[in-house]
Every structure is written in C-alpha cells, then in structure tokens.
Design a protein around this ligand. Sequence first.
Ligand SMILES: [Ca+2]
Length: 236
Amino acid sequence: MWLGLVVLIMVGTPLWAARPVYLVFEAEAVQGVTGKAFVVQKKIEDPAGKTSGNKVLAIPRQGQPDDHIRPVADKVVYNIRVPKSGTYYLWVRARWSSMYENKVDLRIQGYDKGDPIWILGNDATCQALHWVSLNEPGSDDVLRPFKLTAGVTAITVIAREGGIMLDQFLLTTDKFRNPAGALTDTSGALVQPRTARHVLKSKRRRSTVPTRRHRLKPPIVSGQAPADRLKRVQTR
Ligand SMILES: [Ca+2]
C-alpha cells in the first residue's frame, strides 16, 4: 500500500487510471441483420468448445465449396460504447470454413475517410472457433492499432466471403491480451436501438398530443357525421 502511495505521489496519476479496457460483445447481438448475406444461427458444437451465447453471426456459403461465390453486398454495424480515449486493438472469435472462406472486411469510424477497407482474418486456422486479431496489412501477428475517442464508435463488418461464422468480438487497449475460449460479455458494451417497448410508449405519448395534422382535420359538417358518431348520438 505504502509503495503504491509513493508511486502515486511520484507520477501524479492514480494507479488504476492505467487499467486496460476490455469490451467483449456477441457478434450476433447486432441489430438490423437483413438476411441477405448475414444470418444469426445456432452453433453449439465446435472442436474449440462452447459457442458463446450458443449463437453466431454467420455468412452462409453460396453454392458449392469450390464455387467461391462472393456473397451479396451486405453489412452489419456495431455501435460500441468506448469508455475512454486510447489506442485500441480488435479481435474476433471466428470459424472459417476454408482458406478461401476466412475473412471479412471492416470499416472503423474515424478511419473510413477515403473509404478504406480493413481485412479481418485471412489466417490458416479453419473448421474451429478461434480468436483472430486485426493485424497490420500482410502481417500474421502484428496487431493493427487504432485510436478511438471516448463515446460511441461504429465498426462495420462487410460480407466478403461465405462459409463464415463470427461468435464474439473483443475490443481492448491491452496490446498483450491473447484471448482464448468463450469470454464473458461486457455489460453495456453495445449501444442498442430503442426497444419495441420504448417505441410503443412513445407512440402512446404522441397519440395524446394533438398534431398539426389533427388540428388541420376539417370539421364535421352537420348532417354528414360518420355513421359511428350518429349511432352514439341516437343511443343517448
Ligand atoms: Ca456468440
């Protein structure tokens, strides 16, 4: 404890301030899956063990394995709640079908000026879930850093090849973290759109407030009242 206090006084910043950030979220937790290329599938059995959440976000293979048909243009977007600014590294727990079905394209908000595409995957481990890092172009093991500011950052995954399953993502400031197996999700890592319940509530709230359209509705002219109104009047 005394050593910690001495170090704190010397460096002038809290020791816990340097704690790395680990944001883990399910690949299938993304909203707006269109089904054109991406689908959510159950994936329970795997040589690598448990599939987190028992589901994956998949890009099914198009045609036969040797056809190498590129899936239709489709994408999903993760809106990630970044708790603090810093240099981050991205990992995905993925299952590739073959060396021709082993990568997805990425766009990272803040790095998409000029529309560059980053490639995630392209490694040689197939037919089993495993963690793959986003690496420098042409490298198998040098992690590609990117700077994020605190707030919400969008990472877009674009379908590039079929035969793909994505289980979890890890976004971290820890350059030396080497994830293994299914990880525990980080609560609140993703910003989800408002739920249907919220939408319903807001609709109810709106319905009690007269809108411009309501105000402009023409008045009912005597003798031309709708049938239901006439019925109510007649039964009084
Ligand atoms: Ca999963």
